[in-house]
Design a protein around this ligand. Structure first.
Ligand code: SAM
Length: 242
């Protein structure tokens, strides 16, 4: 790849983007869970519960939680009896997750992986989940193709991502919250305004739900669907491999 890509609002090389996204998550890893609560007013817990209800994990299923970070979604899936592999490009995020899993007595597999080029064999998993992760991936079509490859036939793809709200009034409220307050909370709590500014910018740059749905279909998934939640602030995308 040689074309420039967005790192937040800046244009950088693809390699530079991957490196800088790595630096952001290494920097926020220790405070990541606290910051999630502060930035979303605890809402991320409800979104994740609802997301896992959509995935409907079953006992014994092999589920890959990609960009799984500190394990928030993976823990919810593991509690339903599935065998969960948590994969993430960032070893610092996974290290925090492993500590949290130990504290909760949960048994999961943890693996450093780049979503764009997975080391798993074809048809390894019953479901693939990615929550608030794909917007950080440099080559999103490559990651979607890999998701399709590692799923078994009949396997489910589920992605939850922020989306820009179209609700009048709500969009303005959100913009104020995102532009002014999130970087300030980042500075106050984690002494890291820049990382949290990147997170806000990356949300704004992510394709609209209809465009992302088309990308999911393009990767080979059937019945690609985009389900908006909370006035469109968050969208659950899904698709099936046949
Ligand atoms: N899914 C977790 C959650 O919802 O709490 C973590 C989400 S966190 C906002 C985004 C995660 O994406 C980070 O842990 C980051 O390291 C990971 N990530 C970014 N680019 C990636 C890539 N190319 N491959 C795998 N993981 C990636």
């Amino acid at each position: 790849m040689s074309d420039k890509v967005n790192f937040g609002d800046e244009l950088v090389s693809p390699e530079e983007k991957t490196r800088r996204v790595g630096a952001v998550f290494s920097s926020v890893a220790r405070r990541y869970d606290l910051m999630n609560d502060l930035m979303s007013g605890g809402m991320h817990r409800l979104w994740k519960d609802r997301f896992v209800n959509r995935v409907k994990p079953r006992t014994g299923e092999a589920i890959l939680d990609m960009a799984g970070g500190t394990g928030d979604v993976a823990f919810r899936i593991a509690r339903r009896g599935a065998q969960v592999t948590v994969a993430d490009i960032n070893a610092d995020m996974l290290a925090v997750g492993e500590q949290r899993a130990d504290a909760r007595g949960l048994d999961l597999t943890w693996k450093v992986e780049n979503a764009e080029a997975l080391t798993f064999a074809d048809a390894s998993f019953d479901a693939y989940t990615i929550v608030f992760g794909i917007r950080n991936v440099t080559d999103i079509p490559a990651a979607l193709k890999e998701a399709h490859r590692v799923l078994k036939r009949g396997g489910r793809f589920y992605c939850m991502e922020f989306s820009s709200s179209d609700w009048p009034g709500f969009a303005k409220l959100y913009d104020n919250w995102a532009d002014k307050l999130i970087p300030r909370i980042g500075k106050a709590v984690a002494d890291d305004e820049e990382s949290y500014r990147y997170l806000v910018e990356s949300i704004r740059r992510f394709p609209r739900p209809s465009a992302f749905k088309a990308m999911v279909a393009q990767a080979g998934f059937v019945r690609a669907n985009a389900e908006p939640m909370l006035g469109g602030l968050v969208t659950i995308h899904s698709g099936w491999k046949i």
